[in-house]
Design a protein around this ligand. Structure first.
Ligand SMILES: CC(C)(COP(=O)(O)OP(=O)(O)OC[C@H]1O[C@@H](n2cnc3c(N)ncnc32)[C@H](O)[C@@H]1OP(=O)(O)O)[C@@H](O)C(=O)NCCC(=O)NCCS
Length: 169
């Protein structure tokens, strides 16, 4: 109970183009979790350069979690064909494992109107897989096909990624 009452002072908002610097800060702080874990050729700093983030923001909606005025978590929400993708889920290092990712995921799940919610992540990011599994997602066997159908990512990333899905209806 305490965990959630502490979170009640903060809230979810839909990010706007002017939030790009804050989103950039959140993603590149949180993505340090990948350093030394995912294949070295897939990790670079900043993990997401600002021009790439700007392109991503044109493709999807980002929702953020604010601690008072400060953005501390983000999650992208993208409708592609007949599914909804959860993209770029990042909570700043100092606020991870305090329920914020769960709150954002539950919120986006409610917003989704498709039959399937899909998320792709690095196969080596065991904590992220566990996070989604706790929310009812399952690893999907046909991940290469799914990644080619619903994402636009390099072949190398497809090779070392997994896809989890949650059937909503
Ligand atoms: C994955 C992430 C978005 C989850 O958000 P969060 O606010 O930390 O997650 P919650 O507090 O709601 O849920 C925590 C659960 O997620 C899993 N988890 C999250 N971070 C973990 C870590 N570092 N180690 C182990 N498990 C972790 C655990 O199952 C944890 O439950 P527990 O604390 O009871 O063991 C966040 O930890 C993050 O930004 N991680 C780094 C970047 C990343 O992996 N992004 C995912 C991209 S798809």
């Amino acid at each position: 109970m305490k965990r959630f009452s502490e979170l009640s002072a903060v809230r979810i908002k839909q990010c706007q183009p002017q939030d790009i610097e804050s989103i950039y800060t959140v993603i590149n702080d949180a993505a340090k979790a990948y350093r030394g874990v995912i294949p070295p050729d897939c990790y670079h700093e900043p993990y997401m350069p600002i021009d790439e983030l700007s392109r991503e923001m044109q493709q999807m909606s980002f929702f953020g979690w604010q601690d008072e005025e400060q953005l501390v978590g983000v999650m992208g929400f993208q409708l592609v064909k007949d599914v909804t993708l959860i993209r770029h889920a990042y909570i700043v290092t100092s606020r991870q494992r305090q329920g914020i990712g769960s709150q954002l995921l539950n919120y986006l799940r409610e917003l989704s109107e498709t039959r399937w919610l899909l998320v792709g992540t690095w196969a080596d990011a065991r904590w992220a897989i566990e996070f989604y599994e706790k929310h009812g997602f399952h690893l999907l066997a046909d991940k290469d096909k799914l990644l080619r159908t619903y994402w636009q990512i390099p072949d190398r990333q497809i090779e070392v990624s997994v896809v989890l899905g949650l059937k909503l209806s």
